[in-house]
Design a protein around this ligand. Structure first.
Ligand code: CMC
Length: 428
């Protein structure tokens, strides 16, 4: 017999079905709860609420597991590329050779952005944050590329999805070049997604950029590790905004805005700024740990803690290994890596961090990888956003195709004033 859960209230009992996930997680299906009882649930931060059924990404926060479409992220980081992983996330299966070739060709075909878009980048005030620019520009893409009218709906969706993945990378590099007053570098069709990005960022007429295969591999791994993370803040924003049936451009733009926050994707920038502060202050790591533990101080150790992971974030483990590998090759050391490792070691033996299950998350070491590649600090979160594109797109698509789809519209427990009369201004 199907499992149910009984809720006792006001001397009555209601029985609700249990939903079982493919990895054995259980959820109480409360869809009929309000209709049957008049009650709603209360769950700030939605830490106990499943907002959807999804077959894209599986995480187990207790065991430190992350899989895309069933494939462990460790295997993808080791053996796959970002483009192949994007295909897997969007289409549900690893591509055959010909499918991968077609997908890569579509990405190449879509890699240019309309020349007029350069004017927007040129006219942003110079101190604008790259995340703000990216969010606006993705939304603006819709005006340049209104719906196609191909004969097949699938073809139209494929072109739109690849267009976003491809152009977002071109726009990020273009925005960087323009912000520095440099000539824009156009993508080259013979280069792969990651090599093209590095060249568009760093090549210039007087100093041609040498594409280092180790940096290309590092970038592939960085983007694979960021490609999806189930129902986090920005992905939920994409699904929520998308549920009003806006265009995918508007939904992704909302995701970028959500990701910008320092508690979410913005943490990768905040981590490096914290490490730099520690370095500049003479390396007083302990005082930062003490501040993070002090409940009267709003400071938190950036790159530590996670809503779901109560053990080491598997992405952080891979990222840490990559830091070492990249830095071994370089003659000069990055003092940030030593500070990060000492900070991690001190935190992991501190009872506060142990008791709260606080471990390094993906952002703790990712900034050091990005610095080694040469990415400026204020673009770190943009790098996260480019990597998350396939995840947002597949989650948006899953929501759009869901037969149980409903517009997101949570309830609330109202705690304000009861009804009272309007008082004219001269009587207040
Ligand atoms: N430093 C110090 N204390 C912390 C930290 C931290 N980084 N993170 C959580 N805590 C404490 C928090 O003060 C609370 O303590 P208490 O129960 O004694 O009041 C407890 O741990 C639980 O914290 P919470 O805020 O209820 O946990 P949450 O699940 O709502 O928040 C988080 C998760 C990631 C926002 C939080 O851990 C945090 O602010 N971390 C720092 C920012 C960061 O690194 N963000 C990147 C997350 S990973 C990338 C991504 O996917 O977005």
């Amino acid at each position: 017999m199907a499992e149910t859960v009984k809720i006792h209230y006001e001397g009555k009992v209601v029985e609700l079905p249990v939903i079982l996930g493919s990895e054995g997680e259980k959820g109480i299906d409360i869809r009929e709860l309000r209709k049957l009882t008049g009650y709603i649930t209360f769950d700030p931060g939605l830490a106990n609420s499943g907002s959807c059924k999804s077959n894209i990404t599986f995480m187990d926060g207790e065991r430190g597991i992350l899989r895309y479409r069933g494939v462990p992220v460790e295997q993808l980081a080791e053996q796959s590329t970002f483009v192949e992983t994007a295909y897997l996330l969007i289409n549900g299966e690893l591509p055959k050779r010909e499918q991968l070739l077609n997908f890569s060709t579509l990405l190449t075909e879509q890699s240019l952005v309309h020349e007029d878009m350069q004017l927007f980048f040129q006219n942003y005030p110079p101190r604008s944050h790259p995340m703000q620019i990216l969010s606006s520009m993705v939304s603006t893409l819709r005006s340049f590329y209104p719906d196609l009218k191909t004969s097949k709906e699938d073809e139209e969706i494929n072109i739109t999805l690849t267009r976003i993945i491809s152009k977002v990378r071109t726009m990020a590099a273009m925005s960087y070049k323009i912000s520095r007053g440099h000539k824009v570098v156009y993508p080259k069709p013979e280069l792969c997604y990651c090599s093209n990005f590095l060249r568009m960022m760093f090549d210039n007429p007087v100093k041609p950029y040498f594409i280092d295969p180790d940096l290309v591999k590092a970038l592939n791994v960085f983007w694979i590790l960021h490609a999806d993370h189930e129902q986090n803040c920005s992905t939920s924003a994409v699904r929520m905004v998308g549920s009003g049936r806006v265009t995918i451009y508007a939904a992704i733009s909302a995701g970028i805005a959500a990701l910008w926050g320092p508690l979410h994707g913005g943490a990768n920038q905040a981590v490096i700024e914290m490490l730099e502060k520690i370095h500049a202050g003479g390396g007083k790591i302990k005082s930062f740990i003490d501040r993070a533990k002090d409940k009267n101080d709003p400071f938190r150790l950036m790159g530590f803690g996670h809503r779901v992971y109560k053990t080491y974030d598997p992405r952080a483990r891979i990222m840490k290994k990559m830091c070492h590998k990249l830095l071994e090759k370089r003659s000069e050391k990055d003092p940030m890596l030593d500070i990060a490792m000492e900070l991690e070691a001190l935190a992991l033996e501190d009872p506060y961090f142990v008791d709260h299950n606080l471990y390094p998350n993906v952002d703790f070491y990712s900034g050091i990888v990005l610095r080694t590649i040469g990415i400026p600090t204020n673009m770190f979160t943009v790098m996260f956003a480019i990597g998350r594109m396939p995840g947002w797109i597949s989650q948006w698509k899953e929501d759009a195709d869901d037969p149980n789809w409903r517009i997101y519209r949570p309830r609330q427990i109202y705690t304000g004033s009861r009804q009272r009369d309007y008082v004219p201004i001269n009587q207040r």
